[in-house]
Design a protein around this ligand. Structure first.
Ligand code: 3UK
Length: 509
């Protein structure tokens, strides 16, 4: 479908104000353990904050406003306030330290920030090192200088700035599986485009759905899955500041959630207690951010009776572009291309390869990569196609099968081995809690398969265990893929979005 947008478009009008204007203001929009807001409540807060931004803090359209908070309702009110004011929302991961915040502030030339009081220490220390950052307001605390106190002095009415459809609305930082984070820019029409693609064609939520999940709103997976998509259909969302497996499990029960949005590791951890979810209204479960092993899909289906909806998205693309609904899921495949997008597997020269051949994933559609001042733009976008950095194959039915990040393909004695395939095989062994596989330099073979394994309690990482795991992999997948080196570790390095950082292991190896 061709997506048409008017020249003037402010996505806050479409996602928030429209519901109130059309009589849905009384419906529940956001819940958290502490508050429950209707669409009208959220609009009231966002309008007041927008005025604080404009009148008290001097924000003008096009300014970039830093948002720093865990997933909570005020974070969402601030996000809409920034967008209503025609400014650009730069949401940051709650766990960032001052040094990382400073990098964001410098890169995005931030002069204004809204920060949750619980995270003020790192923010203040970043501000001391950033003279351009002039004004910070804190929220979620009581005090005469709080954002809430300033909101009380404003009226609940605000006319959204009449932005162009292709004005920037979001600057999202990539999670940095490979090092230095990049800033991506997305327009108001990009926000509306993602609402019109994957949720409408694959997830298909209704206004009675209740969303819950773990990805931070600073991660576009979370922003879309927990705010934009539920709001685009007038549904409600549950925001949890701590959203580990136990909190998700309790949350689904307590809030009557029907849609769960989280990452593969979280489904694996939840599966043993999955039976408790059978008695709830949970009906849709979304997995993204990392490859979903076929075994996790099976584990989840057997525990809960629900087929996972896998989807690959990227910060550069804003959201998911390959996925399949429960009825069309194929074991081992991410899915088919989401209507509105095109996807294709290419060789190193940028020519399409035949079905069944491993190559580089290239996509194009209504959204795409626009790095903020970054020379890496031309390696992500070539001839109009976005190269995500993933090795994939497409079968004759148009299903896409993830192989690895292109830098996670191991070449050992002439064989191509995808790290995730070896990880999946290892994970099937009951002693393995978590693992990561990389290629380590080897004189004879070029690279060897090298596994880092965290064992479940009660198992010991010794030579006998090494041999057991090696034999197990040889019996599970082609024997040449077995890990010639195994190191036992307590924990694996992960980004704040939960992705394995294999490059950190490569650096140590
Ligand atoms: C990997 C997957 C296999 C893949 C994201 C949904 O993850 C998101 O964005 P990031 O920029 O990372 C992008 C990269 O992550 N990946 C993501 N999902 C899958 N690999 N199967 C998957 N289902 O390497 C991709 O290139 O952090 C995910 C929505 C929005 C997002 N930003």
């Amino acid at each position: 479908p061709e997506l048409q947008f008017p020249e003037q478009l402010n996505c806050a009008s479409e996602l928030l104000d429209k519901h109130v204007a059309e009589g849905r203001g009384g419906r529940i929009c956001i819940r958290s353990p502490k508050v429950q807001w209707t669409y009208a409540d959220l609009q009231d807060k966002a309008n007041r904050i927008a005025q604080v931004l404009v009148r008290d803090m001097g924000v003008v359209p096009g300014n970039r406003v830093l948002l720093h908070a865990p997933n909570n309702p005020m974070m969402v009110a601030c996000w809409f306030a920034v967008v209503k004011a025609g400014a650009i929302a730069v949401a940051t991961m709650p766990l960032l330290r001052a040094k990382e915040l400073k990098a964001v502030i410098d890169k995005a030339e931030i002069r204004h920030a809204l920060c949750d009081a619980s995270l003020s220490a790192e923010m203040q220390s970043a501000a001391l090192q950033c003279p351009v950052l002039e004004k910070i307001r804190h929220f979620n605390y009581e005090g005469p200088d709080s954002l809430e106190a300033a909101m009380v002095r404003q009226s609940p009415e605000f006319t959204n700035v009449n932005t162009a459809a292709d004005d920037t609305c979001i600057i999202a930082f990539t999670s940095g599986t490979t090092g230095i984070p990049k800033a991506t820019m997305h327009f108001h029409r990009d926000v509306m485009a993602i609402c019109a693609c994957w949720p409408r064609h694959v997830l298909r939520p209704t206004q009675d759905d209740v969303f819950i999940g773990s990805p931070p709103l600073a991660f576009t997976f979370g922003l879309g899955g927990l705010v934009l998509f539920p709001m685009s259909v007038g549904a409600s969302t549950v925001l949890l500041e701590k959203a580990g497996p136990p909190q998700l499990l309790d949350g689904v029960q307590e809030f009557g959630a029907t849609v769960l949005v989280t990452a593969p590791t979280s489904y694996r951890t939840l599966a043993p207690r999955g039976i408790e979810l059978r008695k709830t209204g949970l009906r849709l479960c979304v997995s993204a951010g990392e490859a979903l092993p076929a075994s996790t899909r099976t584990l989840w289906r057997e525990a809960t009776g629900i087929e996972l909806i896998d989807g690959i998205g990227a910060t550069e693309m804003l959201h998911i572009f390959i996925s399949a609904d429960a009825a069309h899921a194929k074991p081992g495949a991410t899915g088919t291309v989401v209507p509105g997008y095109q996807a294709c597997i290419m060789d190193d020269q940028g020519n399409p390869v035949p079905p069944g051949t491993v190559g580089k994933l290239a996509v194009r559609g209504p959204t795409g990569c626009r790095y903020l001042a970054d020379a890496r733009q031309t390696s992500y976008v070539r001839k109009g196609w976005n190269f995500t950095g993933d090795a994939y194959l497409m079968d004759a039915d148009g299903y896409f099968f993830y192989q690895a990040r292109t830098d996670d393909m191991i070449v050992s004695a002439g064989y191509n081995i995808a790290s995730p395939e070896v990880e999946e095989a290892l994970m099937l062994h009951p002693a393995v809690a978590e693992c990561a596989v990389i290629g380590s330099a080897d004189e004879e073979r070029g690279q060897i398969v090298h596994a880092y394994v965290a064992l479940r309690p009660g198992h010991e990482g010794n030579d006998a265990m090494k041999k057991t795991l090696q034999d197990f992999v040889k019996a599970t997948i082609a024997p040449y893929k077995y890990p010639r080196a195994i190191d036992f570790v307590a924990m694996l390095p992960r980004t704040q979005t939960g992705k394995l950082q294999r490059f950190k292991l490569r650096d140590t190896a």
